[in-house]
Design a protein around this ligand. Structure first.
Ligand SMILES: Cc1cc2nc3c(=O)[nH]c(=O)nc-3n(C[C@H](O)[C@H](O)[C@H](O)COP(=O)(O)OP(=O)(O)OC[C@H]3O[C@@H](n4cnc5c(N)ncnc54)[C@H](O)[C@@H]3O)c2cc1C
Length: 438
C-alpha cells in the first residue's frame, strides 16, 4: 500500500488527507500544534466552543459539504449576509434578507458607475461558471495579464474602492486594496456572491467528527509533531521527513509527501533543499489578524442589523454577531493597515477589546452592557493576500517543486483562502501527485 505524509493539519491538510484516504492510501497527517484545525481552530468561552477563523460555509461550498457529510454531519444553521457601514455619518445596511430590489439599488450606488462597469463582467463570468471564481482561473488570469501592473486601488475608483473593495480585502486578505491585485479579486468576489450558513456543531464539532472518521480509515493524525526537514532518502525513490515530537528528533520515509502549509511556512522548510522554490514561496504575502469574541450580558445587535464594517481610519475592520442567534456575542476582527500599526503579538487582549468597544460602541448596545467573558487570538500569518501576477508565481513555484519527485504542495495560496478553495486545491494536488510516475 502506498504511504503518504501530509504536513499541516489545517483545513488544507485535512482536505488532502481526506482525498488521499478516498484513494486507499495510508496517510500520516503531521500537525505541530496539540490539535488539528489551524486557522479554523476554536477555544472555550464559558461553557461552549467558539471558532476564531473560517466558520461561514457558502451555499456553493460543494466539496466542503461533501466532506462534512462523509464525516456524518448534516446540520447547518442560516447565517445569511448582513452588514452595514457608515457613509457620511449615516448607517447604510446591505443584507440578503430584506427587499431584494432595495438592496440591489444600495449595492449599485455603493459601486458607482465605474465600479459597475468594471465589476459587472467579472460577476457575470463567475455566475456563468462558478469554477472561475478562484485564483489561477482562465478568466481571472486574463484579468491579471491586463490589469495587474496596478493594484486594486489603481484599478477601481471611488466609491467602489472604499465601500465595496476595501471591506472585502481587509476581511478576506487582511490587506488594503493598494496591497491587492485585480487578478486575484475574483476569488473574493465569488465569496460576496455566495450566501452563508454555519455548521450546527461548529468547526470544533466538525474536527471531532473528522478525527472519528480518521480512526475508521487509513489515517493517523500526528498532533504535536513538527516537521523540520525534507530530503530524498539516499538510494531510494522515497522521501525522508524529519520531525520533532516532545523534543525528540525522529525521521520517517514515504512514497509521497504533500505540504499543506501556508506558502511562507513551506518556504522556510524548503530553504535548505530547494532554495529557489523557497524564495518564490516567500513572495506570497500574509497579513496579521486579531479576533476577539466577547460575550455581553444583553444583546448588542438586533436581528436586522448584525454587523458593521469600519473604514481605513480604524484598526477595527468589522464587528458582527457571532451567530444569527448569538446577538450578545460580538466577534471583533482587526485587520488592515491601521490595525497593523497599533496591534501586535504583544498587545494584550484587554487593550484590543477596549479599542474595539470604543469604535463600535457608538453604533451598538455596548457601552452600558456588561462584558461577561471573552476569547482572543492574534494570528501573525492570518490572511493570505497572494501576490501580483499570482498565477505566474504559482507556475514558477511548480516548476521548481517538480525537481522534487513525489512531493506536492497545496494550501490557501493555490486557489484562494476560502475553505472551499482549500478543498479544491487539495483535490487537485492529490490528483496531480498520484499521476506523477517518478
Ligand atoms: C479570521 C479568519 C476568518 C475566516 N473566515 C472564513 C470564513 O468564514 N469562510 C471561509 O471559507 N474561510 C474563512 N477564512 C479562511 C480559512 O479559514 C483559511 O484560509 C483556512 O483555514 C486556511 O487553512 P490552511 O490549512 O491552508 O492553513 P492553516 O489553517 O494555517 O494550517 C496550517 C497548519 O500547519 C501547521 N504547521 C505549521 N508548520 C508546521 C510544521 N512545520 N509541521 C507540522 N505542522 C505545521 C499549523 O499549526 C497549522 O495547523 C478565515 C480565515 C481567518 C484567519
Amino acid at each position: 500500500m502506498m504511504r503518504a505524509a501530509v504536513i499541516g493539519g489545517g483545513i488544507s491538510g485535512i482536505a488532502t488527507a481526506f482525498y488521499l484516504m478516498q484513494r486507499n492510501i495510508e496517510v500520516d497527517l503531521y500537525e505541530s500544534a496539540p490539535r488539528i484545525g489551524g486557522r479554523i481552530g476554536s477555544e472555550r468561552l464559558d461553557n461552549r466552543w467558539v471558532d476564531f477563523g473560517g466558520k461561514n460555509v457558502g451555499k456553493n461550498y460543494r466539496r466542503f459539504r461533501e466532506f462534512v457529510t462523509a464525516c456524518g454531519i448534516a446540520d447547518y444553521e442560516y447565517f445569511g449576509f448582513n452588514t452595514s457601514q457608515i457613509i457620511n455619518g449615516r448607517v447604510v445596511r446591505i443584507n440578503k434578507e430584506g427587499a431584494r430590489l432595495l438592496n440591489t439599488l444600495r449595492f449599485m450606488s455603493l459601486c458607482g458607475f465605474d465600479g459597475i462597469r468594471k465589476l459587472y463582467p467579472h460577476v457575470q463570468a463567475i455566475l456563468k461558471d462558478r469554477s472561475q471564481g478562484v485564483l489561477n482561473s482562465d478568466y481571472f488570469n486574463r484579468v491579471a495579464d491586463k490589469f495587474d501592473h496596478t493594484s486594486l486601488a489603481g484599478y477601481l475608483k471611488e466609491p467602489c474602492l472604499s465601500h465595496i473593495a476595501r471591506p472585502v480585502t481587509v476581511r478576506m486578505n487582511g490587506a488594503e486594496p493598494d496591497e491587492c491585485s485585480p487578478g486575484n479579486f475574483g476569488s473574493n468576489l465569488a465569496l460576496v456572491l455566495d450566501s452563508y450558513e454555519q455548521l450546527k456543531p461548529d468547526m470544533h464539532g466538525m474536527l471531532d467528527a473528522f478525527q472519528e472518521f480518521a480512526v475508521e480509515g487509513s489515517l493517523r493524525i500526528l498532533s504535536g509533531h513538527r516537521v523540520t526537514s525534507l530530503s530524498r532518502d539516499p538510494g531510494s525513490p522515497l522521501i525522508k521527513l524529519g520531525y520533532l515530537h516532545q523534543g525528540v528528533a525522529e525521521t520517517a520515509v514515504y512514497d509521497r509527501v504533500i505540504s499543506a502549509l501556508p506558502a511562507l511556512r513551506l518556504g522556510f522548510l524548503l530553504e535548505g533543499i530547494l532554495p529557489q522554490a523557497s524564495a518564490l514561496l516567500r513572495k506570497v504575502r500574509y497579513y496579521p489578524v486579531a479576533i476577539a469574541i466577547v460575550k455581553y450580558h444583553h444583546n448588542v445587535f438586533t436581528s436586522s442589523q448584525r454587523a458593521m464594517v469600519f473604514d481605513h481610519t480604524y484598526p477595527l475592520s468589522n464587528a458582527g454577531a457571532y451567530g444569527i442567534n448569538d446577538l450578545n456575542l460580538v466577534r471583533y476582527t482587526f485587520s488592515g493597515r491601521a490595525s497593523r500599526s497599533v496591534i501586535s503579538e504583544t498587545t494584550s487582549a484587554e487593550e484590543v477589546i477596549a479599542l474595539g468597544e470604543s469604535i463600535a460602541g457608538p453604533w451598538f448596545s455596548i457601552r452600558d452592557n456588561q462584558r461577561e467573558s471573552f476569547a482572543y487570538r492574534y494570528i501573525t500569518e492570518g490572511l493570505c493576500a497572494y501576490s501580483p501576477m499570482h498565477y505566474r508565481l504559482l507556475h514558477e513555484i511548480d516548476q521548481q517543486l517538480d525537481q522534487f519527485a513525489g512531493f506536492g504542495a497545496t494550501g490557501d495560496y493555490r486557489r484562494g483562502a476560502s475553505i472551499e478553495a482549500c478543498f479544491r486545491a487539495a483535490g487537485e494536488c492529490v490528483e496531480t501527485l498520484l499521476r506523477d510516475k517518478h
